[in-house]
Design a protein around this ligand. Structure first.
Ligand code: SF4
Length: 341
């Protein structure tokens, strides 16, 4: 099959399940699906957001894609190459193209190493550069993310949260990856420095030809930096498409509720009303049918019996070629979202 050269990453029907403890010695084994039959793709130079509440499976999905966790089912293709079952050296080679930026920069950095050594470490492990060359590259990267030669000699505890995240980004870029997966990259930072880090990431995307997979629970961040977004609920994608279309006209009731919850700093800007009730259900015993039905204001009897497939929006098939997909029986007929001022 011909591979689309614009596609950097393809995830096909990926699942990650964990066995639960048996209730009785001979009872059949039950499983909890942290990630359930997820398919998505990422083009070169694109930023894709993965959004959902805590515990929805978005971090597990990211870790499976990076092969930090073994998926139970499905395939991961990087530049058309199946990396799902790579081992040893082949896996290490593939991992060079995929790097992780962690949520908490402090706990992800070795406190005994100086900033320059932290960025140089992956280059040393690769063993292709002399110490002087690796040192120069590390310094160059630190400078590029806004840190000085003096700061390169400092330890992690001597930096602010934003500066530590800059070190984390420089370290992630050391091996010149094509894909950077960032898990809540600014949620641990002061609001005042979040925009600086997001702007830095956007600049680096251009300069280094990166594609980003950004994991976040914060739709305001996704709107700011992403081209497309996948909304995840209880391990499944429920809405998938361009940020522009989804933010303009969300079609899944869960997306609508998430959008309505975005705080509006300017009280004169109208917000959208769409409340959901209750908490995320326990993933080990998900509701029958559409897993969102106990919280959905539009639920009908069919929603308790059948799982709605993720399908292209019929109303947009001609205009978007089916790019927007929604897992709701009534996506095409829901009323426009109500705007309240
Ligand atoms: Fe709500 Fe039914 Fe759509 Fe699920 S399928 S989101 S319960 S309307």
């Amino acid at each position: 099959m011909k591979h689309d050269s614009e596609l950097l990453l393809e995830v096909q029907n990926l699942s990650k399940r964990y066995p639960l403890r048996r209730r009785k010695p001979l009872a059949p084994r039950e499983y909890v699906f942290a990630v359930n039959d997820i398919s998505l793709s990422l083009r070169r130079g694109e930023t894709l957001g993965i959004v959902g509440e805590s515990g929805c499976g978005k971090t597990t999905l990211a870790r499976c894609i990076l092969r930090l966790l073994e998926p139970t089912e499905g395939r991961i293709l990087l530049r058309g190459q199946d990396v799902t079952h790579l081992r040893g050296r082949a896996l290490r080679e593939a991992r060079r193209s995929m790097q992780f930026v962690f949520q908490d920069p402090y706990s992800s950095l070795d406190p005994r190493l100086r900033a320059r050594e932290l960025v140089r470490e992956p280059l040393d492990a690769l063993g292709k550069l002399s110490r002087t060359e690796a040192d120069a590259q590390a310094l160059g990267l630190l400078e590029r993310v806004g840190l000085s030669a003096t700061q390169a000699r400092q330890f992690p505890h001597e930096f602010s949260g934003g500066q530590r995240q800059r070190i984390g980004i420089a370290r992630a870029l050391a091996l010149r990856p094509q894909l950077v997966v960032a898990d809540e990259p600014v949620s641990a930072l002061d609001v005042s420095v979040r925009a600086q880090i997001l702007n830095l990431m956007a600049d680096l995307r251009q300069e280094f030809g990166l594609s980003y997979l950004i994991i976040s629970h914060d739709l305001a961040i996704i709107e700011y930096v992403c081209d497309r977004v996948a909304i995840v609920y209880l391990g499944r994608i429920v809405e998938y498409g361009s940020v522009e279309r989804i933010f303009q006209d969300p079609r899944h009731p869960y997306t609508r509720a998430l959008l309505a919850a975005i705080p509006r700093p300017d009280p004169s800007v109208p917000s959208r009303a769409e409340d959901i009730v209750g908490d995320l259900p326990n993933p080990s015993s998900p509701p029958s049918g559409c897993a969102f039905h106990p919280r959905c204001p539009y639920a009908q009897p069919i929603c308790t019996k059948s799982v709605p497939p993720l399908t292209p929006m019929q109303a947009e098939l001609l205009t978007s070629g089916g790019e927007r997909q929604v897992a709701c029986f009534f996506a095409d007929t829901l009323p426009p979202i109500e705007v309240v001022s």
